[in-house]
Design a protein around this ligand. Sequence first.
Ligand code: 6PG
Length: 506
Amino acid sequence: MPIRMETGIAACGQVGYHRGNIFKNLRRMRFLMTSQDAVAEIGLIGLGTMGGNLALNIAEHGFQIAVFNRTTEKTDQFMVKAGELADKLVPTKTLEAFVASLKTPRAVILMVSAGDAVDAQIDALRSLLDPQDLIIDAGNANYHDTNRRAAEAAEKGPRFMGIGVSGGEEGARFGPSIMGGGAKDVWGQVGHILEAISAKYEGEPCAAWLGEAGAGHLVKTVHNGIEYADMQMIAEVYGVMRDGFAMSAEEIGKVFEKWNGGILQSYLIEISGKVAGMADPDSGKPMLDIILDRAGQKGTGRWTAIEGLMLGTPASAIEAAVAVRNMSSRLDERKAGEAEFGPAPRKMDREAASVDALEAALVAGKIVCYAQGFGLILEAAKQYGWAMPLPEIARIWRNGCIIRSAMLNDMSSALADNAERNLMLAPFFSAKLKETEASLRQVVAQAALNGLPVPALSAALSYFDIMRTARSTANMLQGQRDFFGAHGFERTDKDGGGFHGPWAMG
Ligand code: 6PG
């Protein structure tokens, strides 16, 4: 049982405390301030749901962990919740006590809100930590912030890592997927703890170092972008079943449940089945029928779309998913639109696109969406000179994270075979696309004819069609650019660039 640092400090602070006791506690404090008191192998700041669960996960794996929260009440509540794990926890009431309770070189996980709070916490810690100590930002940070913080850390210390943690509350508590970023030797300091607490896939930890500076947070951002697209495509086929096929929520739930036993096996399909099958205890109606159709977002999907545009790599299925979330929030505008134009027919001939075709369309859409996500990571790796081992990324997404799925195992193998190749061209996935492409086309076409919006599936189909078109229509764009701006073009029949058209003659 560790000696709790804050016990002495708090006692000394009590008004009217007996003088003798104060001296006794000061003596105790002095004792506590010696290196013997630095009992914790790691520390965590920020005991919100995710932070608290991560701390309990670390404690459960046998690591002594110091915890600190800005409001002490939260720490007290957390200690009550910790139950038997309290022995592995060192609750602290001041940042100084927190730091003093850590073994050197110290490692501190931050689980505070992304943004300014992270910078404020780093500033507060900087004066208390040594240069060789380590701060780990485990929140959903924008990787550009992580790049900046890594550069600042290199200049001013202490050392810094940004890690992406996925899996929601349950994952944090019982095994998340952990995407590590920062200097590789720094991963060596805490990697054993992160691997121990991570989810396992056939015994292998779903935690790894992926690259320098903001690499871990970039991978987590793309994970979330894929999460948005995956969720949106599921919502689109749900819409076809609900409106096009007039199926009940319960029936739809059973379809998802069946699909979860096949190639689409994944956490998101599994929970979609559960969401569809659940009844509201108050009204007795299906939950889906009483949930308002206005989706929230914290911004990571949007960051992925922005990053795709900035890096010049297509992420159109993800962009579509973000756009739909934005449109979903315009509830009044959508109501006005329906009043003005009338509802779309929204009926679909089951002969033209069956439930089986929806499953196949989802398979094709998913392959395209991951091809875009991995393509984005590959481009970032090239532009930043980061390691970013794609097979390793697919490997640590196989369990623990929100997008975990059976297909990620095949993706890991395909990327190990050739990480530079578009995932759609890997033999396993090109064969799957050849099997499912017709269904994707059928579903998108029928949905369009009947006014059922399927923007992410449509984006996936367009991407597929563009990527299989050796002669695109960008020759027209080049002609237009040259016409109005003399931007020049390349010719198909001559080498070099900077050719101009005879526009003045026209
Ligand atoms: C995860 C999740 C997690 C969070 C999403 C939700 O990997 O554990 O992605 O990070 O649930 O950020 O994002 P939105 O609120 O933007 O949907």
